[in-house]
Design a protein around this ligand. Structure first.
Ligand SMILES: [Zn+2]
Ligand SMILES: [Zn+2]
Ligand SMILES: [Zn+2]
Length: 221
């Protein structure tokens, strides 16, 4: 799928901003020049689409093979590996949205229905925005900022599925240079190197699993 790049206005510093509505990503450089292609790195995932209104989804698993090396997870849907996006009405959902759900649930954040006042599409928060309630949201469909009535966090997946809390055991796990994170979204299970733990010992520091994953995925929005 080709980029569809549109001018979306100027930043406070007066830099012209461009946005790709095909890949939910910015498309301008530091000086405000329009790029030929947007900044989304793996555009091919948008070529495969699964309509979740027409297909029953029994499980969605995301697996970060080694989250210390790559924050792009493998997706398994109904026991089949899947490398596309999910579609539902006007929503197009990617692995970043799945990661956002994991973070919001780990942080015990209530997920709300948030709608862009500019384009009317619903909103999902990912990366640091999935655990930091905010009033000004960046719509990933049209690239415009919009204001909610109160600070909140949006999720389109939580509008469709009941997503359970993640229950963690009070246990510490030492992590060296390999950290596999598996999240079963519709069951609410989270495993770190195949174990259910709430703390890790990493680089000599004991970290709560929530802050550990918050930090690793902060920029995945
Ligand atoms: Zn693009
Ligand atoms: Zn919008
Ligand atoms: Zn937001």
């Amino acid at each position: 799928m080709k980029c569809n790049i549109e001018y979306i206005g100027k930043s406070r510093q007066g830099i012209t901003k461009y946005y790709c509505t095909a890949h939910k990503s910015f498309a301008y450089d530091k000086l405000g020049n329009k790029l030929d292609e947007c900044l989304w790195s793996n555009k091919e995932i948008y070529d495969t689409r699964l309509n979740i209104k027409q297909n029953e989804i029994k499980d969605i698993n995301i697996k970060y093979e080694n989250i210390l090396e790559s924050v792009i997870p493998k997706i398994t849907i109904n026991n089949n590996e899947y490398s596309g996006v999910l579609e539902y009405n006007d929503s197009i959902l990617t692995y970043k949205d799945f990661g956002g759900i994991m973070l919001a649930k780990l942080n015990n954040i209530p997920l709300e229905i948030v709608k862009c006042s500019h384009c009317g599409r619903y909103h999902s928060d990912n990366g640091q925005f999935a655990y930091t309630p905010h009033r000004t949201h960046l719509c990933l469909y049209c690239g415009h900022l919009f204001r909610a009535k109160e600070r909140n966090i949006g999720s389109e997946l939580a509008m469709i599925y009941t997503i359970p809390e993640i229950k963690l055991k009070d246990k510490l796990l030492k992590i060296d240079n390999y950290c596999c994170v598996e999240y079963d979204m519709l069951k609410g299970n989270l495993l770190i190197n195949n174990q259910n733990v709430n703390k890790v010992l990493f680089e000599g520091k004991e970290l709560n699993i929530v802050e550990f994953l918050n930090n690793l995925l902060a920029n995945e929005f």
